[in-house]
Design a protein around this ligand. Structure first.
Ligand code: GDP
Length: 424
């Protein structure tokens, strides 16, 4: 196998960061293909916890080239901060060597953040619950052919023309909403300075990756968010603004779809969601609180409490099918210790009373989950490193889920640290 992808099969926060960090050991390249610094991937190693937002999760592995593909939207101010933070912690980030960023990445500017807030406020009661980081407005400008790109930062003429093209449209909108106009010369100066800083890293990453693939180098694609947040195939409009599923890989990297040999679909042993939108197996009240506390379910980017619920085999089957997952990685199995029974949603009852084994993406807000219950386990399993050493109820739970979704669980995670994992 040469190239693989790690993708989340839920609404994000599945624990992809840890798994990418783990699998990057066998990779030459780790590549982000979508999203922006709204993503937050948590890595824990030797007691140290760090959250990466734009920098790919292979950064702790010597010899791995970390690539921000063209499908990612980059806030250059944030990137400078994230790189400085890594340097301060002693990470060896060498621009142009183990860190590359596509010259085609669209830029998230401060005005996009302002417009994100304006748009969210206008939604009133129908808020999407965005991270407010300007990601949506940046993708909108990309589609509207207004965007500035990473390569423009080092090309003064393109930068000036691009800013003019953008501001002629945005300044009247900002003013109409009582926000300050953006001064082109000030912004241009700041961006040029950042361009000089990033210059060694800015390159044609599509070419780099295609050439690496031709040499049979191992490339690991790092999914951000999750399949159910995909702008096309997720629970629209409560989604992110990019193709977070594996559908986004070719467009977001410049590689052909066939370049990916294996897709790892990451799921938690239960379900969480941040922000608004339908969530059939969501728990309320005390039970939700218990699961949230046990799993420390607070967003790594926003700190918001995550909504929590039982495992949804219907949703996961849909996401696995859509993303072509060949094996499942189950994280947070340790969190379920002490919950008994363990319900798994195996079908939905639709609004008209009929039963559906399939995920009705448009009518998800009208379904009622149908559960199958499994016996729980009480043991602390955070120290277990072999499947056969898990309590029989935990093994049974994993096998029941495998049977239901028809894909093997190849990796099980029982804690945040890199070594709290077992292969099967
Ligand atoms: P990502 O966005 O998919 O990378 O996920 P996040 O990093 O936002 O959230 C996952 C959270 O769960 C982080 O705090 C991880 O450190 C933690 N985590 C990952 N795997 C496990 C696990 O198996 N058990 C527990 N208890 N926590 C885990």
């Amino acid at each position: 196998m040469t190239s693989a992808c790690v993708t989340g099969l839920l609404w994000g926060d599945e624990g992809k960061g840890k798994i990418i960090d783990l699998l990057s050991e066998e990779s030459s390249y780790v590549v982000r293909y979508g999203g922006g610094h709204n993503a937050g991937h948590t890595l824990v190693h030797e007691g140290e916890r760090m959250v990466l937002h734009l920098v790919p999760c292979g950064i702790r592995r010597p010899g791995v080239v970390n690539v921000v593909g063209n499908g990612v939207v980059v806030d250059p101010f944030h990137l400078a901060e994230e790189l400085a933070g890594l340097e301060k912690r002693g990470f060896d980030v060498r621009l142009g060597e183990n860190f590359l960023v596509s010259e085609l990445c669209h830029l998230v500017l401060p005005l996009h953040r302002t417009l994100d807030e304006v748009a969210e406020n206008l939604r009133g009661d129908a808020k999407i619950g965005t991270t407010g980081r300007g990601i949506g407005p940046t993708y909108s400008d990309r589609a509207a052919r207004l965007g500035l790109r990473m390569g423009d930062l080092t090309r003064p003429r393109r930068l000036a023309d691009g800013l003019e093209r953008l501001l002629v449209q945005k300044n009247p909108i900002l003013e109409a909403f009582g926000e300050s106009r953006v001064d082109a010369s000030e912004l241009s100066e700041q961006l040029s300075r950042l361009g000089e800083q990033f210059r060694p890293a800015i390159t044609d990453t599509g070419r780099v990756l295609r050439e690496a693939a031709a040499r049979d180098e191992r490339i690991l694609m790092e999914g951000a968010q999750g399949v159910l947040l995909d702008v096309d195939h997720g629970t629209y409009p409560y989604v992110t603004s990019s193709n977070a599923s594996t559908c986004g890989i070719a467009a977001g990297t410049g590689m052909v779809p066939a370049a990916i040999d294996h897709v790892y679909g990451v799921v938690k042993a239960y379900t969480t969601r941040v922000g608004a939108g339908p969530f059939p197996t969501e728990l309320e009240g005390e039970e939700a609180e218990r699961l949230r506390t046990a799993g420390n379910e607070f967003g790594s980017t926003t700190g918001r409490p995550r909504r929590c619920g039982w495992f949804d085999a219907v949703a996961v089957s849909y996401a696995a099918q859509l993303s072509g997952a060949q094996s499942i990685v189950m994280t947070n199995l340790d969190v379920l210790s002490g919950f008994d029974p363990l319900p798994v949603c195996i079908a939905y009852q639709l609004g008209d009373g009929s039963r559906s084994d399939y995920f009705p993406v448009l009518d998800l807000d009208q379904v009622t989950p149908i559960y199958e219950e499994h016996p729980g386990f009480a043991e602390d399993i955070t120290g277990v490193r072999a499947f056969d050493d898990l309590p029989s109820e935990a093994r049974h739970y994993v096998r029941a889920i495998e049977d239901r979704i028809g894909i093997g669980v190849g990796l099980i995670s029982v804690g945040p640290a890199r070594d709290q994992v077992m292969r099967r």
